[in-house]
Design a protein around this ligand. Structure first.
Ligand SMILES: Cc1cc2nc3c(=O)[nH]c(=O)nc-3n(C[C@H](O)[C@H](O)[C@H](O)COP(=O)(O)OP(=O)(O)OC[C@H]3O[C@@H](n4cnc5c(N)ncnc54)[C@H](O)[C@@H]3O)c2cc1C
Length: 492
């Protein structure tokens, strides 16, 4: 049987590609390596947060029609303009993000999420994670306002249901092994399904099978020594298969191959993500506390920026600390402000009524140095500047080797708590090179006919760091473009 479009992968990028392909082509097949109960890739592990440009509540109402007048009244949604999104991308990637692809990502962010809504995916506002209530009103602070109803699991379930209802065939436990290709381009995929290797012919193929972060050997080979020690936050199935398949037929390698998105992740979390826990092994409230490493020292500016702009690069910083871990320390003043993930039962946490008691429980750590560091930190806080979580408040420390630039509260109110974290890798940044139409480019700079790519496995967009919530938007925007163009190529 020959398909019009074969999509490799079963996450957000793949399902958006399949839906867009099916709007122009007839026979669309999705090959998902994972069995059905583990399907959905990293997308399923997410909170479902989408970064998108919007001009205010009227735009948001198009994505969230059930937003009530009271909710609008009680919330300062602000705006997140295309210029702000572009600036954020440029700044956090140190001006290396591909200008064309980034412009497409930004300009298509709102229309793409609107298209998803029109296709039946439901969204809401992320009051729980991205807004703080000050003076009786919620205020969004980080350019990240919209999330899928039901988070990542809700998103994948909904996209899958819509795809299947539209007549798209989804095969689970179907691992793509290689591309069927000749001088004229790509004509299908060799796949292992239920233990049987078979050829599936297709007029066009979309690769959306994620990065290589779950491949220990590639991680160490491309990111460097020590990366075999990181934990994988999400799916165990993203081992770089589709990147390899494309390279095998001549595709160019592109982007930040030694770079990745990596965060603070519970020190005792399992080797790969656990769908029952989702993203809750992450520990993202460090801007309200301090980090201490095994030498008892601070090593990073916890308040350099809003967490959306620092969390994705701080995992790497933690990995390079002695014994690859660190403590996040808070006092009772900020307890209410800690994110829900601090209250899960699978958490590595100690507590004490004095800093001395807390430090005495910090195993694997130079406790004397840690106590000294905390006392010096307390003495260096500019207490005359008021604390405000909604803005970069400039409440800082002065005179330390590593200063904290914002939100520097003294640790003075018991009980004190410390959480042990290590590095959790989210996804690799290096991958394939694509055109603005999501066609894969070969190492001679030519398009490989019939081959398209989207999502984590595309290189050139993210470098060093990443603005929170851009991964799903990236997958949706380029998934839709890849699918639509693959569909057109197959139909025409
Ligand atoms: C814990 C966690 C939380 C996150 N939270 C957010 C968030 O809130 N917002 C956000 O924007 N981003 C978030 N991210 C990042 C986001 O998950 C990714 O950027 C995005 O989901 C990538 O989508 P994708 O479709 O490219 O890849 P994936 O969703 O990972 O999909 C890849 C798919 O390919 C399949 N596959 C792999 N190999 C093969 C093969 N050989 N044959 C067939 N199929 C194959 C996999 O099984 C999987 O279904 C988070 C990531 C994690 C891990």
């Amino acid at each position: 049987m020959t398909y019009d479009v074969i999509v490799v992968g079963g996450g957000n990028a793949a399902l958006c590609a399949a839906l867009a392909a099916q709007e122009v082509a007839k026979k669309v097949l999705v090959l998902e390596r994972a069995p059905e109960d583990e399907a959905g890739g990293n997308s399923r592990f997410t909170a479902g947060l989408f970064r998108l440009a919007y001009r205010g509540p009227d735009d948001l109402k198009q994505l969230i029609p059930d937003l009530t007048p009271q909710e609008i009244e009680n919330t300062d949604f602000g705006t997140y303009t295309e210029e702000q999104f572009l600036d954020d991308m440029a700044r956090v990637t140190e001006y290396r993000c591909d200008p064309d692809l980034t412009e497409i990502l930004v300009k298509r962010s709102f229309p793409t999420v609107k298209w998803m809504r029109e296709r039946g995916v439901r969204f809401t506002a992320a009051w729980g994670r991205q807004a703080f209530k000050v003076g009786g009103k919620f205020k969004f602070w980080g350019g990240l306002t919209v999330e899928a109803v039901g988070g990542g699991p809700g998103l994948v379930e909904s996209l899958t249901r819509i795809a299947q209802k539209s007549g798209i065939e989804v095969r689970y436990g179907a691992r793509a092994l290689s591309l069927i290709a000749d001088d004229a381009g790509v004509h299908g995929v060799v796949v292992k399904h239920n233990g049987k290797t078979q050829r599936v012919e297709g007029k066009a193929v979309v690769l959306a099978a994620g990065g290589f972060q779950a491949n220990t050997e590639w991680r160490t080979r491309y990111m460097g020594p020590g990366w075999e020690l990181a934990k994988v936050r999400g799916t165990r199935f993203n081992t770089g298969d589709a990147i390899r398949m494309a390279l095998d037929v001549g595709a160019a390698a592109h982007g930040n191959w030694s770079g990745c998105h990596a965060v603070a992740w519970d020190r005792n979390a399992p080797e790969f993500g656990d769908l029952a826990v989702g993203d809750a092994f992450q520990k993202h409230s460090y801007p309200w506390g301090v980090y201490i490493n095994a030498d008892g020292k601070r090593f990073v500016d916890e308040g350099a920026d809003f967490r959306n702009y620092t969390y994705a690069k701080y995992g790497r910083v933690i990995l390079t600390q002695p014994k690859q871990f660190a403590w996040q320390i808070f006092d009772a003043k900020v307890k209410q402000q800690l994110r829900d993930e601090y209250r899960i039962k699978q958490v590595t946490k100690i507590a004490g009524n004095t800093l001395e008691e807390l430090v005495s429980k910090m195993d694997d750590t130079d406790q004397k140095a840690a106590l000294e560091t905390l006392k010096k930190y307390n003495a260096a806080v500019r207490q005359d500047i008021p604390f405000n979580p909604n803005v970069k408040d400039g409440r800082r420390t002065e005179g330390l080797d590593v200063n904290k630039s914002n939100w520097a509260n003294t640790l003075d109110t018991p009980p004190f708590e410390a959480y042990a974290v290590t590095c959790g890798i989210t996804f690799s940044f290096g991958g394939l090179k694509i055109t603005n139409d999501a066609q894969v480019i070969n190492s001679d700079g030519e398009v490989i006919r019939g081959l398209y790519a989207a999502g984590e496995l595309v290189g050139g967009i993210f470098w060093f760091n990443y603005p929170g919530g851009s991964g799903l938007t990236n997958g949706a925007v380029f998934g839709r473009i890849a699918g639509a163009n693959a569909g057109k190529a197959a139909a025409g």
